[in-house]
Design a protein around this ligand. Structure first.
Ligand code: GLP
Length: 244
């Protein structure tokens, strides 16, 4: 779906989330959201906060799982994804802190495998992810599933691509400060969600969006595996759609 601008796209996604939360709340059941970081979903989170504050949308029965976290960063590090989520969404709505999950960036090397297995188990225990929000990196990554990630990959420790680290350099005040590894849900974890929304704005995403939507499925561009999903919507603005 191509939108005039990012705000219009975010309205559609916020509507889908709102409808699901209200439906589940009425049935006394939790809603499980998969969340993403990066600049792209910030407007969506702003709209959800507005609906919470002005329209009474309640997150009291919402459980969240974030896609990824930089390995080696504490949750209160200014560039950690835990901190990002607290600042951009969690601290402004009535989510229960124990219902928010972001991979632990400080887990010991020898405990990483177990920790990733537990992350997968927690998603399964919650009943699976109802709606997963995704951004896209210029390497075609979703979460931090860099080129080489297959469709069956699960939550694991990964090495970041050079382009991804270069793109993050500004936030970290220099490429040398960008972590080399991250913990990310796998492509398989993402494909297991019931409904997916991938968001992309601006010309910088135009080339990768064209390859993602129109290209062959390939590990070289992990986002192409989203073509396998039967309920995945690419919500993009005109600029991001300019090479389709
Ligand atoms: C990071 C995140 C991704 C995100 C990507 C794009 O690499 N791990 O989840 O999609 O950045 O970021 P932005 O939305 O700022 O373009």
């Amino acid at each position: 779906q191509i939108y005039e601008n990012a705000d219009a796209a975010c309205q559609t996604v916020a509507n889908a989330i709102t409808d699901l939360i209200n439906e589940r709340n009425a049935a006394g059941k939790p809603t499980v959201l998969g969340l993403a970081t990066g600049s792209t979903p910030v407007r969506l989170y702003r709209e959800l906060i507005r609906r919470h504050q002005q329209e009474g949308l309640s997150f009291a029965n919402v459980i969240t799982f974030n896609l990824d976290e930089y390995y080696g960063l504490a949750g209160d590090h200014p560039e950690s994804y835990r901190k990002f989520m607290q600042d951009q969404l969690f601290d402004h709505v009535d989510l229960k802190p124990e219902n928010t999950h972001v991979p632990d960036g400080l887990v010991d090397r020898d405990a990483v495998f177990q920790s990733c297995k537990e992350y997968e188990a927690a998603i399964a225990d919650a009943g699976g992810i109802d709606i997963q929000i995704l951004g896209i990196g210029r390497t075609g990554h979703i979460g931090f599933n860099e080129p080489g990630s297959g469709p069956e990959t699960l939550t694991r420790l990964v090495t970041l691509d050079n382009l991804t680290r270069r793109d993050a350099a500004r936030d970290f005040l220099g490429e040398e400060n960008v972590p080399r590894h991250a913990i990310t849900m796998g492509v398989g974890t993402i494909l297991a969600a019931h409904q997916l929304f991938l968001l992309a704005w601006g010309e910088g995403k135009a080339s990768i969006m064209a390859q993602t939507v129109e290209g062959e499925q390939t590990e070289t561009i992990p986002a192409t595996f989203l073509q396998q999903h039967d309920n995945c919507t690419f919500c993009i603005d005109r600029s991001a759609a300019s090479q389709l």
